[in-house]
Every structure is written in structure tokens, then in C-alpha cells.
Design a protein around this ligand. Structure first.
Ligand code: HEM
Ligand SMILES: *[C@@H]1O[C@H](CO)[C@@H](O)[C@H](O)[C@H]1NC(C)=O
Ligand SMILES: *[C@@H]1O[C@H](CO)[C@@H](O)[C@H](O)[C@H]1NC(C)=O
Ligand SMILES: *[C@@H]1O[C@H](CO)[C@@H](O)[C@H](O)[C@H]1NC(C)=O
Ligand SMILES: *[C@@H]1O[C@H](CO)[C@@H](O)[C@H](O)[C@H]1NC(C)=O
Ligand SMILES: *[C@@H]1O[C@H](CO)[C@@H](O)[C@H](O)[C@H]1NC(C)=O
Ligand SMILES: *[C@@H]1O[C@H](CO)[C@@H](O)[C@H](O)[C@H]1NC(C)=O
Ligand SMILES: *[C@@H]1O[C@H](CO)[C@@H](O)[C@H](O)[C@H]1NC(C)=O
Length: 322
């Protein structure tokens, strides 16, 4: 039994070695089993220690992975200095780059020049969710790192906080995701924080009406108005995306949407369409259904536009091309 399974692994490995240069290789579940057996352990402990120091870090890492994948595919381009990082949705907003650098440094000691920055980020996002009390899912690996990063592509491809649902959905479908994935992946907003400027227009002068957004619960409104007073110097103050449980990965995000207590306009917009509202209701009632669907959608997202085989490279430093 042992022997047979070893032979199978060997055949698998040989196939990869022989075929990769010829055909474009697929991601697979055993990609680093021989070359970096402690990979998951090293990523998990890096994420864990970063979360111990800063409880918001799980959310920040999850968002980094999303922003990487949505701009020209999951290729670690967001991690490169000087490109996507400077785009409007990322600048002064994305965080956690040092955590990825630290994990990469540990991996370079354990298995030099082997693990891509893209796979590190993909795994870190999964560990972050799991260590926050959320689901776990299995990830095929073997993503390679891209060579370029475009600030303007990031500005065009990432969804905006006041974009209508149709536009956000169009951005998801252009990546091979569907309407359901918009609802499921928005559930990531069960952890983390947003700066006041991303929702302030809802608090004072919604759409030029001179009034707050009528789709915002009045007691949440009062509390947000005090966190984010109507003056520019409150723009970078923070409010939890999930005011009920901002560091636990659970389904309260959906319960809040039912109560008009979504923070971003794009969150509450999920209640403005019958199909998405029905999904919200289902996830609010069945946490297990949300966990299962979230894992499945994360795997889909992690497969967007990946580089495999001989494409791209394994970066030595996640901030620079080799
Ligand atoms: C559906 C469209 C989405 C929009 C419009 C959106 C927008 C935003 C905005 C404006 C923030 C606050 C950023 C800041 O204030 O600096 C935020 C935070 C966050 N987003 Fe999204 N997001 C979307 C989807 C997603 C998805 C798909 C994920 C992951 C799967 C995600 C994960 C997060 C997390 C975890 C945070 C908190 C980050 C932290 O605390 O550092 N978001 N999002
Ligand atoms: C994996 O980690 C264990 C300790 O956790 C260590 O004994 C072992 O040498 C490591 N293996 C490799 C290949 O680095
Ligand atoms: C701990 O987190 C803070 C931010 O909350 C950061 O400035 C600091 O560098 C982190 N320390 C370590 C050791 O990661
Ligand atoms: C980013 O943050 C820094 C320090 O908080 C601030 O000086 C700078 O104006 C901010 N830039 C933008 C574009 O918001
Ligand atoms: C939504 O998409 C349409 C069609 O692409 C575009 O004309 C419109 O400006 C977009 N709206 C926003 C708020 O981005
Ligand atoms: C939603 O509102 C109902 C009724 O006001 C309340 O009982 C419930 O606790 C609220 N749920 C959340 C998650 O705030
Ligand atoms: C959405 O639901 C409402 C109320 O249940 C119904 O009146 C409306 O026709 C539905 N809209 C669509 C497009 O199905
Ligand atoms: C929500 O759940 C109900 C019953 O469990 C199911 O009939 C319905 O199709 C679900 N809604 C969506 C949009 O999946």
C-alpha cells in the first residue's frame, strides 16, 4: 500500500517534470508536496503570528488576495512595488505586504526558490479565514508570479464601493465568476474595516439628496455619524464592515444586510435585487451553506487567470521581478 502510493506519487511527479515544458501545466493539489512539504505549516504560522500582533491582519490578507486575482488574474502582481499598489482602491488601503514578505523569507530558508508569491498569498488568505473561525478549503497549487503590474488596470478592474450591483456583477462575470459569487464573496466583509470616505456619502448627503441613505438603519447611522463626522479629517477613520462581529468569520454579515446594516453601499445593494436578496436570506439562515459556498467561490477566484508551467516566474522577492 505504502509502496504503491509512493510509486503513484513518483509517476505523478515524473509526468509533471516531463509535460510541464510541453503543455501548459494545470494547478494541482500535490504541487509542493515533495519540494516544500512544510509549506502550509509555514504559511499558517506566519499568518497566525501576524494576527496575534494585529487582529485586523486576517481581513487585510484576504483582501490582498482578492485584489491580486481581480487584476489580470492571480499572479502576485499586487505585491510588486510601484504598480497596482498605487491604484486608487489600493493606495493607503491595502495592508499586509510585510506579512507576505516575512512568510516568503521563511520559505526561502526552508525551500529556496520554490514557492511563488502568488501561491503564498492564496494560501495566506485561506489560513486567515480559517484562523478567524471560518471555513477551510483545499487549493490546487502551482501558480507562478507575473512580471508586470498596471496601476490603470487595477483602477479599471477592481469594483468600487459606490458602483451599482449591475456594474460590480459585470466585473465578476468578466472574470468567469457569476452573480452568486458576488453575494458569496461579499461575505468576506464579515471581517475587517473600511475608512469613512468609502461610505460617508451615505451618512449625510446621499446622492445629492441632502439626506442620509434611507437604506441605512437609524441606530447604525447615528453611530457612524459620530465615528465619521462630516468633515474631511475623518476620512481615514475606521468602522467595522460587520458591526456585529468584525473579527469573527461568520454569517452575521448577511443578518446585518437584512436589517439595513450593511456598511458599504455595495453591501446593502445585495438586498436590492430579488435573486441576490434570496441568497442573502439563505446565508443568514444557514451558516453551513455559507461556509461551503464561500470555500467553493474562493477556489474559483483563486483560479482566475493563473500562470502555470513555464509562464511567469518564481519571484525571489515578492516586491520585485527577478
Ligand atoms: C463586491 C465588491 C466589493 C467592493 C465594492 C469592496 C469594497 C471594499 C472597500 C471599499 C473596503 C474598505 C477599504 C478601505 O477603507 O481602505 C473593503 C474592505 C475589505 N474587503 Fe472588500 N469589496 C468587495 C468585495 C470583496 C471581496 C470579493 C473580498 C474577498 C473575498 C473582499 C474583502 C475585503 C476585506 C476582508 C476587507 C477589510 C480589509 C481590512 O480590514 O484591511 N471584498 N472592501
Ligand atoms: C518540516 O518541519 C519539521 C518540524 O516542524 C522539521 O523537522 C522538518 O525537517 C521540516 N522538513 C523540511 C523538509 O523542511
Ligand atoms: C504589529 O502590528 C503593527 C500594526 O498594528 C505594526 O505596525 C507592527 O509592525 C507589527 N509588528 C510586528 C512584529 O509584526
Ligand atoms: C496616504 O496616507 C498618507 C499618510 O497617512 C497621507 O499623507 C497621504 O495624503 C495619503 N494619500 C492619499 C492619496 O490619500
Ligand atoms: C456602470 O457601467 C456602465 C456601463 O459600462 C457605465 O456607463 C457607468 O458609468 C457605470 N457606472 C458606474 C457608477 O461606475
Ligand atoms: C436585526 O433586527 C432585529 C429586529 O430589530 C434584531 O432582533 C436583531 O438582533 C438584528 N440582528 C442583527 C444581526 O443585528
Ligand atoms: C421581486 O420581488 C417583488 C416582491 O416579492 C416582486 O413584486 C417583483 O416582481 C420581483 N421582481 C422580479 C424582477 O422578479
Ligand atoms: C434559497 O433557499 C431556498 C430553500 O432552501 C431555495 O428554494 C432557493 O432557491 C434558494 N435561493 C437561491 C437564490 O439560491
Amino acid at each position: 500500500m505504502e509502496h504503491n502510493s509512493f510509486k503513484l506519487h513518483l509517476v505523478h511527479l515524473l509526468c509533471l517534470l516531463l509535460l510541464c515544458p510541453l503543455v501548459s501545466c494545470q494547478l494541482n493539489y500535490k504541487f509542493y508536496d515533495y519540494t516544500c512539504p512544510n509549506l502550509t505549516k509555514i504559511v499558517r504560522s506566519g499568518v497566525w503570528s501576524a494576527m496575534t500582533n494585529d487582529s485586523r491582519m486576517a481581513a487585510s490578507l484576504l483582501r490582498l488576495h482578492f485584489h491580486d486575482c481581480f487584476v489580470n488574474g492571480c499572479d502576485g502582481s499586487l505585491l510588486l512595488d510601484g504598480g497596482e499598489k498605487n491604484a486608487f482602491p489600493n493606495r493607503n488601503s491595502t495592508r499586509g505586504f510585510e506579512v507576505i514578505d516575512d512568510i516568503k523569507a521563511n520559505l526561502e530558508r526552508a525551500c529556496p526558490a520554490t514557492v511563488s508569491c502568488t501561491d503564498i498569498l492564496t494560501l495566506a488568505a485561506r489560513e486567515a479565514v480559517y484562523l478567524s473561525g471560518g471555513p477551510y478549503w483545499f487549493l490546487p497549487l502551482g501558480r507562478r508570479d507575473g512580471l508586470t503590474a498596471s496601476e490603470s488596470d487595477a483602477n479599471e478592474q477592481l469594483p468600487g464601493f459606490s458602483e451599482p450591483l449591475e456594474n460590480i456583477t459585470a466585473k465578476f462575470t468578466s472574470k468567469g465568476l457569476e452573480l452568486k459569487d458576488v453575494v458569496v464573496l461579499s461575505g468576506a466583509h464579515t471581517i475587517g474595516f473600511a475608512q469613512c470616505f468609502t461610505f460617508k456619502s451615505r451618512l449625510f448627503d446621499f446622492g445629492g439628496s441632502g439626506e442620509p441613505d434611507p437604506l441605512l438603519d437609524t441606530s447604525l447611522l447615528t453611530s457612524l455619524q459620530s465615528t465619521c463626522p462630516n468633515q474631511d479629517d475623518s476620512d481615514t477613520k475606521l468602522a467595522p464592515l460587520d458591526s456585529a462581529s468584525s473579527s469573527k468569520f461568520d454569517n452575521l454579515y448577511y443578518k446585518l444586510l437584512l436589517n439595513n446594516s450593511g456598511l458599504l453601499q455595495s453591501d446593502q445593494a445585495l438586498m436590492g435585487d430579488n435573486t441576490t436578496a434570496s441568497l442573502v436570506l439563505n446565508y443568514s439562515k444557514f451558516p453551513y451553506l455559507f461556509s461551503k459556498d464561500f470555500g467553493a467561490s474562493m477556489v474559483k477566484m483563486a483560479n482566475i487567470g493563473v500562470l502555470t508551467g513555464q509562464n511567469g516566474e518564481i519571484r525571489k522577492n515578492c516586491r520585485l521581478v527577478n
